[in-house]
Write a protein of this length. Structure first.
Length: 414
């Protein structure tokens, strides 16, 4: 060929995109890639390719909508378009033809057929459409207007999304810097307070020791908050520091019960476990899983009144038709104040809390003692990194009738 023909390949899956590129480039075609419909439309207008391969299942606009928009440009009206899809909708082929596609290929693609069709339509070009009726003309015009409006809305949403990403990155940077800057003076305060307690004049003075103990508790609480802030950032790095290995959920729950029993006893709360005997292993980071489940149990204890009950149960959920593996389901149930329906999603977000901030009390054990709202965010991030799920169910918030809450955690088995 004196000059290679240009093919625009609109495909969101990188593996499919790369494979089609290799096949077509081996046939001496020049390939331009687009990862979504909006990029595909923009690149089609910019490059005026000799042929367009359009995936129908795209993350922004569907392929049919993109094709309708492409056909609205005069310079693209006669460019051959082949629709590619893994869908099995019976009328897709007819729809593709009606909106202006010249050919249709099912996935997984037969690459011999792809090469044959590409060569065929590049050689013969696009057949002229039959004359439109007035009704068809106005319908097409309206469709193009609607698609143009969708493009504008998507562009606005993309800009807003990009701004939010920048704000979120800036917030994480701020948290990282602040946590680092706080750790140093906290360490100094903690060290000097311990040294002051050792002074003879202080060690013999009960009032002075009590005051210094208050300083120590405050420093420890501040250190916990700083550590939580750092943990949020680490979790958001998609588990980069996680050490995955076979983990026994039974063992994790047993350790949590052992450590949390003393806290529960302080407020006369019963902490029970009910773990199935046939519980399989999961692939996880034992320290991170302990951190996640411990935070959830600690949260349940905090929002359960004195004399209440918290139960940790774990069962094996067999593989279903829609899942590729089975799950270990952990449920943390309490007899506490419950969670308002409108806050049941918010509690997993950064700094989200179901408690009234006006009544805030920074405590790990006090009934309804608040916090900075990062514990459940960290727990969710850890569960997500393990390809699991977490959600809460509660009838609502009631500080008198105590409807309780149930936190569900699904972890895929090995």
């Amino acid at each position: 060929m004196s000059a290679p023909y240009t093919i625009l390949n609109v495909e969101d899956v990188k593996e499919n995109r790369d494979l089609i590129r290799r096949i077509l480039e081996s046939e001496s075609y020049r390939v331009i890639d687009a990862v979504n419909a909006l990029d595909g439309i923009a690149l089609a207008v910019e490059s005026t390719p000799d042929l367009i391969l359009m995936d129908i299942n795209l993350p922004d606009l569907d392929g049919f909508t993109a094709i309708t928009r492409i056909r609205s440009f005069k310079q693209l009206a006669h460019v051959p378009i082949l629709a590619l899809t893994a869908r099995t909708v019976s009328n897709d082929r007819e729809r593709a033809k009606a909106i202006g596609c010249d050919g249709y290929l099912n996935k997984p693609i037969d690459f011999d057929e792809l090469v044959e069709l590409v060569a065929k339509y590049i050689k013969q070009g696009r057949k002229k459409d039959e004359p439109e009726t007035t009704r068809e003309y106005y319908l097409k015009e309206q469709n193009v207007n609607l698609i143009g409006e969708l493009e504008r809305k998507f562009s606005e949403l993309q800009l807003a999304y990009d701004r939010l990403k920048k704000f979120d990155a800036a917030k994480n940077d701020f948290i990282s810097v602040v946590s680092h800057e706080l750790r140093t003076p906290l360490t100094v305060i903690h060290s000097y307070s311990q040294m002051i307690k050792m002074l003879p004049a202080v060690s013999r003075d009960k009032n002075a020791l009590e005051l210094m103990d208050g300083v120590t508790k405050g420093v420890r609480r501040m250190q916990d908050i700083v550590n939580d802030m750092v943990s949020v950032i680490r979790v958001e790095l998609a588990g980069a520091d996680f050490d995955f290995m076979p983990v026994s959920v039974r063992s994790v729950i047993r350790t949590i019960q052992s450590e949390q029993t003393a806290i529960a006893a302080e407020r006369n709360i019963t902490l029970d476990t009910d773990v199935a005997k046939d519980l399989p292993m999961i692939n996880g980071d034992i320290k991170q899983l302990f951190s996640a489940l411990s935070r959830i149990v600690g949260n349940a204890l905090k929002y359960t009144p004195d004399g209440g009950k918290v139960t940790i149960s774990a069962t094996h959920l067999p593989k279903s038709d829609s899942d590729s593996h089975s799950f270990v389901q952990v449920v943390v149930a309490d007899t506490g104040v419950g969670i308002a329906l409108d806050k049941q999603k918010m509690i997993f977000e950064k700094f989200g809390t179901a408690s009234n901030t006006a009544l805030h009390s920074s405590s790990k054990t006090q009934f309804m003692g608040g916090g900075v709202g990062l514990g459940l965010t960290i727990a969710k991030g850890i569960i997500d990194a393990h390809k699991g799920r977490i959600w809460v169910e509660s009838a609502g918030f009631d500080a008198e009738k105590f409807p309780g809450s149930k936190f569900y955690i699904l972890l895929p088995t090995m």
